[in-house]
Every structure is written in C-alpha cells, then in structure tokens.
Design a protein. Structure first.
Length: 169
C-alpha cells in the first residue's frame, strides 16, 4: 500500500516537472529592404525591377516583445541580423511583436525635418505597431521582415509635404 502511494506521488511529481520544462522553438528569419523610384531620369524596367527586389539588410537590431502590439511591454530579447540579413532566435510558444529602434523611445525625425513637419498622433500610432507579429508553435514559419524605403516627400505621417524635385525637360 505504501509502495503504491509513493509510486503515485513520484509519478505526479514527474508529471509536474515535465510540465514545468518549457520547450523552445528555433525561429529563423530575414530582414530585407526594397526601394522606390523617387524621380529624376526615367529608369528602365530592369532598373525598376532591381529597385523593387528585396535585398538583405545586414546588422539590423530587432527587439522582441511579448504579445501582439508595442504598448509598453518589456523587451524580452534583442537580436541582430548577420551579414546576409538573417537571424535565428529561440522562443517559447506564444505571441511576439518584433520592433526596431524607431519603435522604442523618442522618434528620431529624418535629418532636416522637425516635429512640426509631422502628425505626431500618426507617429505614435506607427510606433505602437509591430514590424512583424509572430505566433510561435512547433510548426512556426520563417519570419520575413521587409523595409520599404520612401521618397523624402512621401514619408509616413508627413503633414507638411516637401516640394517635389524639379522636372527636367
């Protein structure tokens, strides 16, 4: 009888310990950048295709937060892409928000711009968005984050539009 009770207690203890061990999943990803045509001499179609083709973005620092938004959660991991824009990170199953330095702290306006040029409520909303939302499970997909460049007169949240470059005849 005592042996059955002890065996039962040991089995329950082993079950609780197994549940307490949290498994992690290796998440791999890549950060890329695409460009846009911003004026000047009309490029060929091949040039436009090349501008729009995603190119690896090396040595970009990303921050991972718990949850699906950037509204004050603590950073749980900091990662950096390698020379080919790739990264690898071990994460427990759950929901995560990937952000970069433009989403953490005070917004840095582009050189030559000031806060008066931008809609600050729009900037706040942009900063609260994730670059990528990821739900990790045992079958997690690869994370692909693409930065799309903007022309200086067409930046997000810009309210005082900059003059367009002069037209050449």
């Amino acid at each position: 009888m005592k042996a059955n009770i002890i065996t039962g207690l040991l089995l329950m203890l082993m079950h609780w310990q197994c549940k307490a061990i949290k498994t992690t999943v290796l998440v791999k990803g890549q950060v890329t950048q695409t460009g846009v045509y911003c004026g000047g001499a009309r490029p060929t179609q091949a040039m436009l295709d090349e501008i729009g083709r995603p190119k690896p973005l090396p040595f970009i620092k990303l921050f991972i937060l718990n949850g699906s938004s950037n509204t004050g959660q603590a950073i749980i991991k900091t990662i950096e892409t390698d020379a080919h824009g790739n990264f690898y990170v071990q994460l427990q199953p759950g929901s995560y928000c990937f952000v970069d330095s433009t989403h953490i702290g005070a917004y840095q306006f582009p050189a030559g711009d000031s806060a008066a040029d931008y809609n600050l409520e729009c900037i706040k909303q942009l900063q609260q968005q994730c670059l990528y939302n990821l739900t990790v499970d045992k079958n997690s997909d690869e994370v692909l984050i693409n930065y799309n460049t903007y022309c200086p007169w067409n930046m997000p949240c810009l309210q005082n539009r900059k003059p367009l470059p002069p037209v050449r005849n």
